[in-house]
Design a protein around this ligand. Structure first.
Ligand code: F6P
Length: 546
């Protein structure tokens, strides 16, 4: 399927207008923008699906916003949103629909893929997950020796790991504390060894999560899991049926591995790996928090989907965040975005977002295959606050790079403990204030600072940030937050005219590794045909290893 030709991004009238506008506003300071507009802090906010976004501390004027919204219109964002939700095959390089939104569609909805309504199938899988989870959680589903299964190990990587880990950590408060959850992803054997070292195999359930069921890391770990379990349970092959389930789109490979396909939870090629935490890939999440919790999370996703699909762009959270990201990336030249959750349970959220954002929008050609002549997806990174404040915030405040930040916070804590939560929130507000307004030379001098020290203590300010505020971290709120970023990524992909849904950039390394594996494993010295550096490293490794 060829991409419909559209005017190059840099030829769009709004893009050109943004360029001249940028020249006028690039040096405006947030101090002035706030001083000139007493209502700015209230006006430049939006609320959707119960999530509040304050975007007033970005270096924008009303005109910037107007032009960015015009850009969204010119890019046909509305048409693209409709095409995605409808199930058009917008992932043109893989000829696939992009329908993670169907994973949370209500039971009565109809979404057609190749003429077939996929919604009933989606609900059937959730029901099957629910009944399995219930049996495991209640102890009805037992291990091969008759013991209750208390340990769950999810083996997967990328989208088959990051979503499950992040969601487990995020929703730990709601999880069954009598159960232990571990996540093995790395082909480094340490990951597996450490995950199982204190577990009783008779009480352990493995979920092998892989969309393709061919991924090197996952299959290697799955085979190690199989061996470990069999060695601990008297090499009784029949134990596999009680201790292994699979989540995949590839029934054939699941069967070959030895897992009964009755114990397989399916999903579909129209769910991208990094968009799959709310599919059967979330089985570990459901085992942790129960079916009701999982359904509440789906409901949160759905609410944000509806907000994105129906809200005018000037009040649409993912659209606003997406456009501001384009403004920072392509006009201010920002290379990264820091995601700073002030919520310890979201400690894996930045890592999760790295795959979502960077595998999606780390692209160098447009849908029609021409090289882009503007920057696309920025690097996402971050750590929970307040920890980061005592580490890398120095560079954000006084370094030479512009780093837009997303602060994420919740009004209520799940662990009320003395004054902790007010202190945490005070730090969120203080950081965004300090970043935006800084501290001038005059202020530093007025504090009696010696002249030689003054420059070191000046904070330029004018550092942009969003503040995302929600009520409380619930399964529903988590769904909303993830969908917010999914749709923000989509918005940016549409503006940049790229395919946010393929990932060809991961292929080359995989192919080369497959070629090198036998060169490391062969007993005889292999004839190497790489560059001299790679040849030398391989030889050195072979020597050192022995
Ligand atoms: O290598 C990248 C990738 O294909 C991701 O897109 C995906 O989430 C991950 O590998 C795992 O793939 P699978 O679920 O098929 O094992």
């Amino acid at each position: 399927m060829a991409a419909a030709t559209q005017p190059a991004l840099t030829e769009r009238p709004s893009w050109r207008a943004l360029h001249s506008h940028f020249e006028q506003v690039r040096n405006l300071h947030l101090r002035k923008l706030f001083a000139d507009d007493p209502a700015r802090g209230e006006r430049m906010t939006a609320e959707g699906a119960g999530i509040f976004l304050d975007y007033s501390k970005n270096r924008i004027t009303g005109e910037t916003l107007h032009l960015l919204l015009e850009l969204a219109e010119e890019a046909g964002l509305r048409t693209h949103i409709d095409a995605m939700f409808r199930g058009d095959k917008i992932n043109i390089t893989e000829k696939r629909a992009v329908l993670h939104t169907a994973l949370r569609a209500p039971a009565g909805a109809s979404i057609l893929v190749d003429g077939e309504n996929v919604v009933p199938e989606v609900h059937a899988v959730v029901d099957k997950m629910a009944s399995f989870s219930e049996r495991v959680r209640s102890g009805e589903w037992k291990g091969s020796t008759g013991k209750r299964l208390r340990n769950v190990i999810n083996i997967g990587i990328g989208g088959s790991d990051l979503g499950p880990v992040m969601a487990y950590e995020a929703l730990r408060h709601y999880s069954d504390r009598a159960m232990t959850f571990r996540f093995v992803s790395n082909v480094d054997g340490t990951d597996f060894a450490e995950a199982v070292q204190d577990l009783d195999a008779a009480e352990t359930l493995f979920i092998i999560s892989s969309k393709t069921f061919t991924t090197l890391e996952t299959m290697t770990n799955a085979h190690s899991g199989r061996q470990w379990l069999l060695s601990k349970l008297g090499n009784d092959e029949s134990a596999i049926a009680k201790h292994f389930v699979a989540v995949s789109t590839n029934a054939k490979e699941v069967g070959k591995f030895g897992i009964d396909t009755a114990n397989m939870f399916g999903f579909w090629d129209w769910v991208g790996g990094r968009y799959s935490m709310d599919s059967a890939i979330g089985l570990s999440t459901m085992l942790a928090v129960g079916a009701d919790g999982f359904r509440a999370m789906l409901d949160g996703f759905r609410q944000m989907d509806e907000h994105f699909r129906t809200t005018p762009f000037d009040r649409n959270l993912p659209v606003l965040m997406g456009l501001l990201g384009v403004w920072h990336t392509d006009f201010f030249g920002a290379q990264t975005v820091a995601v700073l959750p002030y919520e310890q349970y979201l400690k894996r959220f930045p890592a999760y977002l790295q795959q979502l954002t960077m595998e999606s929008n780390g692209k160098h050609v447009t849908l029609s295959g021409t090289a882009v002549d503007y920057a696309t997806g920025p690097v996402y990174w971050g750590e929970p606050g307040t920890n980061g404040q005592h580490s890398f915030y120095q560079l954000i405040h006084q370094g030479t790079r512009l780093i837009p930040c997303d602060f994420i916070a919740f009004a209520k804590t799940l662990n009320p403990l003395g004054r902790h939560h007010d202190m945490l929130m005070a730090n969120v507000f203080a950081q965004t204030e300090a970043l935006a307004f800084g501290k001038t030379l005059e202020q530093v001098r007025a504090e009696g600072t010696p002249d030689w020290l003054v420059p070191h203590r000046v904070f330029e300010g004018n550092r942009p940030s969003n503040t995302i505020l929600a009520d409380e971290l619930t399964p529903q709120a988590l769904g909303k937050l993830v969908a917010l970023y999914e749709h923000c990524v989509f918005t940016q992909g549409v503006i940049w005219q790229i395919n946010s849904f393929d990932q060809w950039g991961v292929e080359l390394g995989k192919v080369l590794a497959q070629r090198i594996i036998p060169e490391l494993e062969s007993a005889a010295e292999p004839t190497l045909g790489h560059d001299t550096s790679t040849n030398n490293l391989i030889r050195r490794y072979r020597k050192l290893r022995s």
